[in-house]
Design a protein around this ligand. Sequence first.
Ligand code: HAM
Length: 419
Amino acid sequence: MISLIKGFRDIAPPDVELWQHVEATARKLFSDFGFSEIRLPIMEKTELFARGIGADTDIVEKEMYTFTDRGGEMLTLRPEATAGVARAYIEHNMAAVDPVRKLFTTGPMFRRERPQKGRFRQFYQLNAELFGVPGPAADVQAILLLVTLLKRLDTPDVTVHLNSLGCPECRPAYKALLTEYVAARSAALCENCVRRGSTNPLRVLDCKAPDCRVAMIGAPAISEHLCPACREHFALVTEGLGALGIQFELNPRLVRGLDYYTRTTFEVQTTSLGAQNAVAGGGRYDGLLEALGGPPTPAVGFAIGMDRLLELLAENGAKVEPRALVFLACLGDDAQKLGFSWLCALNLAGVAAEMDFFGRSLKSQMKRADRLGARYVLMLGGDELNNRAAVLRNMATKEQEPVPFASLVETVAARLSAA
Ligand code: HAM
């Protein structure tokens, strides 16, 4: 048997039904908020991610599935979607139609991390990206969309963490301060943090190693080093969230794992998934489009980790009721033949229906109907053929009624929709 690749998985029935419910709820809400869908390729030129996400990030340094194709081009299975959405926005010159564009996308992402609870090598994200609005209203709208979706899905145990990472005006001075702080404590830090100290010191704030955490307790906080414009932007974001009654925690250590962020960053965290505590993450990335060769374009967005969200919902007992189904139990060749034509007619009329194709006994057909969770069984045998009426049995109440062939589809459809 050839099995799955490590860190990859199938999402099969009955789990997939909860995924579909989440996706349908999201599609409706995203459309209410004015977001249109964009479908992107899952593979892009490696350069897009190297430039977009940042060469010194874990993702680009060690997690991407990159290969040279037969034409000699370096390609990568996307580790995230934002760089691809930004590429598409630039490539299709969307700003020319209307610079304000709201796009969402969903699908698989690939990162070669160590698999564990809530962490896969192929995982799914639901992304929302809002282009062209520099002001704090866009940040507030993105966060409102995210928390509203989580609320509509009854997601348990989630907290919004919020920070500002400043901008090219104020971040360099803060980074220099942090580099100095890290250098002075290099003896206490892990190897990775010592190296990051000079290239990407913000990431040291995020290291999970206990010694690094202790060493970084007194580190300067970016919130104390924002320029006036970033400070005002952040104040307006928190004010806007407050006005909408959205609760959040200020978290000066929230640095995120991608380098394109400017100003607002946020994460939805949970305590229910062990080490993988981020259910969603996002922020503003005002410099990304220009870095990718596009026009300067402010942008903000987020991605929900669907695998983690679904795990949280399932742990909370969320279930999608299976669709109400009628099972056709047919006895004898003639009934079987007619049953098949009723099955087709019911399916074509939008009624979920199943039947037995093997000429089994009534008892074993009823057993199968039970296993499938059928709400009704439509029984068809010699008598029914003679009377030109089938018998419809309600599996819960055991009540039976004759249903004339002339109104069979309508009657079964009505009973099932009432169920
Ligand atoms: P990210 O924080 O790297 O951000 O990923 C977003 C979410 O994807 C995480 O919070 C987590 O739930 C999920 N996720 C990440 N890696 C894995 C994994 N290996 N297994 C399962 N779930 C995972 C981004 O990707 C940004 N592009 C978000 C964004 C959109 N920022 C602005 N716009």
